[in-house]
Ligand binder design. Structure first.
Ligand SMILES: Nc1nc2c(ncn2[C@@H]2O[C@H](COP(=O)(O)OP(=O)(O)OP(=O)(O)O)[C@@H](O)[C@H]2O)c(=O)[nH]1
Ligand SMILES: [Mg+2]
Length: 232
């Protein structure tokens, strides 16, 4: 792109009044619950039954056009289950504005851990003061429902989420692509509304300074290229 056309492109963006938001979203939960698979399904629309445990953290980006004047740059941080509330999570969580907490419906022990993950997040990160502070929105994902129904009833899930301040819950399958887009849309809409209701004029900046030592690798080498998504 020539310098002149670059300037006219930038001018066009300003003239159109396009607002761009950056949201950092965490994906946490016990080992093997399907966090990486959920992200791969959401971003690349792929699934593999091979289990390759994440080491440290991975992250992926996706640009979403909410409406003609609103763009969201979503930064999804896929935190290894083996991190288990260790010291590194504080650095990984910094600047996050929302979270998915994932359990595996076939392994009850992973449900026992979701509160530990929620408490770990609540202890280490909170919403910006300009938004009123407090806990970041957390969505509970009951994953692998293609393998068996969720052992918890809808009533139990609703009560659990209300009591423990989860924003919402969804039953998902990364394998069969069940409710992953819906859950993500729900979280993004919730965050956009939070930001708008606090009438913040400036977009929320994510601080990456702490992540320089993190593993910021690509996902698998066979990652297909998908329009409007990118990975660093
Ligand atoms: N049947 C089924 N298998 C799934 C689903 N999601 C993930 N898996 C499988 O579960 C295993 C673990 O998935 P991962 O996505 O690697 O789990 P993870 O939570 O990222 O694990 P860590 O990185 O070790 O914390 C893999 O073999 C996946 O193929 C699902 O929705 N249904
Ligand atoms: Mg993983």
């Amino acid at each position: 792109m020539s310098t002149i056309s670059l300037f006219s492109f930038i001018y066009h963006i300003f003239e159109m009044g396009v607002k761009e938001y950056q949201y950092k979203i965490l994906v946490v939960g016990d080992l093997g619950t399907g966090k990486t698979s959920i992200l791969k399904r959401y971003i690349y629309n792929t699934f593999s039954s091979n289990y390759k445990s994440t080491i440290g953290v991975d992250f992926a980006l996706k640009v979403i056009q909410i409406d003609p004047k609103t763009i969201v740059n979503l930064q999804m941080w896929d935190i290894a289950g083996q991190e288990r509330f260790g010291n590194m999570t504080r650095a990984y969580y910094r600047g996050a504005i929302g979270a998915f907490i994932v359990y595996d419906v076939t392994r009850p022990s992973t449900f026992q851990s979701v509160l530990k993950w929620k408490n770990d997040i609540d202890a280490k990160v909170e919403l910006p003061l300009a938004w009123g502070g407090g806990s970041i929105p957390a969505i509970l994902l009951a994953n692998k429902i293609d393998q068996q129904p969720n052992p918890k009833s809808q009533k139990e899930m609703n009560e659990f989420c209300t009591e423990n301040m989860f924003t919402q819950w969804f039953e998902t399958s990364a394998k069969e692509n069940t409710s992953i887009d819906t859950a993500t849309e729900y979280l993004i809409n919730h965050i956009v509304q939070l930001e708008m209701s606090n009438q913040s004029d400036s977009e929320y900046e994510v601080d990456y300074s702490s992540s320089s030592s993190s593993k910021l690798s690509l996902y698998d080498n066979d990652r297909p290229k998908v329009h409007n998504s990118s990975c660093c």
